[in-house]
Design a protein around this ligand. Structure first.
Ligand SMILES: [Zn+2]
Length: 404
């Protein structure tokens, strides 16, 4: 008997000791555990119930932007659907093209590990200083910026609309007191730009850098480069979030330096962030203590408002701090993953810099991304404000903390 036997079971019925027989592998995605083993070994001793299925090959993990993989390959049976993360039979997945690789990735299902977690934490004490800072976040101010950034017909990386949005965001950040530069970036054969706003810390001695980022560009995959691309959720929601965080953070002196970056060229394959990180010296990279990236933070896809915090082993502490802040300062349900993919946090993580993505929960349910339908009227700004509260609490903590 060849092939691989595969089954899923609820987390509470899973005993990792039963799987510790040297042949059975497991992986957990939130409330589901998947187990697999060579067919001649079987998984029944672990599951002790329910039928197992037989795969032609080993299970694979697909990580997708929106529902990109499922829309492109409806013929591939999804064994476990956890939105951004899917488990499929590796033998069923076509080889991705260069364009596919921007939108989805396939890898062997990591074994004996947690891929998506639903961490339980207790709310900590609310300190008055942070409470006062968070109270300055303004939904009208956020929505005003959102409206301005979505007014061009498109913010495609190479478009006049992108340049107009970059100029508008830059002008807002300048008015808050930041030193703003528009840095050209190469995007394949084209050119785009990053908007970088800097504010030095007031701390004496060596200072670190705390960074908040979002991509400013939008794209329309249905109608092509010239099609309307309002990109309200993806990613005016995150870009306006960076501007709003910048407005509030400029009201205080901090120990560390603050840098806010709006990237171009993200939708073509993370060109803005990769170019930015490649241009940093080793010493400049070492100064960066944390990067919080926002990409799609305003579409409510779940009954309860939720957020996914996605980092990597290098950013485990930052992920934990975001989870703690969410429980202390927000009503958000939080999922976490240490398997980063397809947004600007990846460029920093690949360079060993602690970075995390914050993204609306179950973003796969948003089938309007990368189309003319991604408009402001589909958003829930209240969800974005909750995610901004979480991020602002963590940024303020990092900005004021003295390095040991
Ligand atoms: Zn995006």
């Amino acid at each position: 008997m060849t092939g691989v036997e595969f089954a899923t079971l609820p987390t509470q019925l899973f005993d990792s000791r039963a799987a510790g027989d040297g042949a059975t592998r497991w992986a957990r995605l939130a409330d589901d555990v998947v187990v697999w083993a060579p067919a001649d070994h079987g998984v029944s001793r672990v599951t002790s119930r329910g039928p197992a299925s037989l795969l032609d090959s080993a299970p694979a993990l697909v990580t997708q932007v929106g529902a990109a993989f499922q829309l492109a390959h409806p013929e591939v049976e999804v064994l476990v659907d956890h939105g951004r993360y899917l488990v499929v039979d590796a033998a069923a997945v076509p080889t991705p093209t260069a364009q596919d690789r921007v939108c989805w990735r396939v890898q062997p299902l990591p074994q004996d590990t947690v891929i998506v977690d639903r961490p339980a934490t207790d709310a900590g004490a609310r300190d008055p200083g942070t409470a006062h800072l968070l109270a300055q976040l303004s939904r009208p101010s956020y929505e005003g910026c959102l409206g301005q950034l979505t007014s061009p017909r498109t913010r495609h990386s190479f478009s006049d609309g992108f340049r107009d949005a970059a100029a508008a965001a830059g002008a807002m950040l300048t008015s808050f007191g930041y030193t703003v530069t528009q840095v050209p970036v190469r995007v394949g054969a084209g050119r785009s730009r990053n908007v970088i706003a800097a504010r030095p810390g007031a701390g004496a001695g060596p200072r670190g850098v705390i960074v908040a980022t979002a991509h400013l560009d939008s794209v329309n995959h249905e109608d092509g480069e010239t099609g309307p691309a309002p990109g309200a959720d993806d990613n005016a929601s995150g870009a306006a979030g960076v501007v709003e965080l910048g407005r509030v953070l400029a009201t205080r002196a901090w120990h560390h330096d603050l840098r806010l970056i709006l990237f171009g060229g993200e939708e073509q394959g993370l060109f803005g962030s990769s170019g930015h990180v490649a241009g940093l010296t080793a010493a400049q990279r070492r100064r960066i203590l944390a990067v919080i990236n926002m990409d799609m933070v305003a579409r409510r896809n779940t009954p309860e408002p939720g957020v996914l915090v996605e980092g990597a082993p290098v950013s485990r502490t930052l992920v934990d701090d975001l989870v703690a802040a969410a429980s202390t300062w927000t009503g958000l349900t939080v999922s976490t993953s240490l398997s980063p993919f397809a947004s600007d946090h990846v460029a920093f993580i690949d360079a060993g810099i602690p970075a995390a993505l914050t993204i609306e929960d179950n973003d796969t349910a948003n089938r309007d991304v990368h189309s003319a339908r991604d408009v402001v009227s589909t958003l829930d700004p209240a969800l974005a404000m909750e995610i901004l509260r979480m991020n602002l609490a963590v940024l303020a903590g990092y900005l004021s903390r003295r390095t040991p």
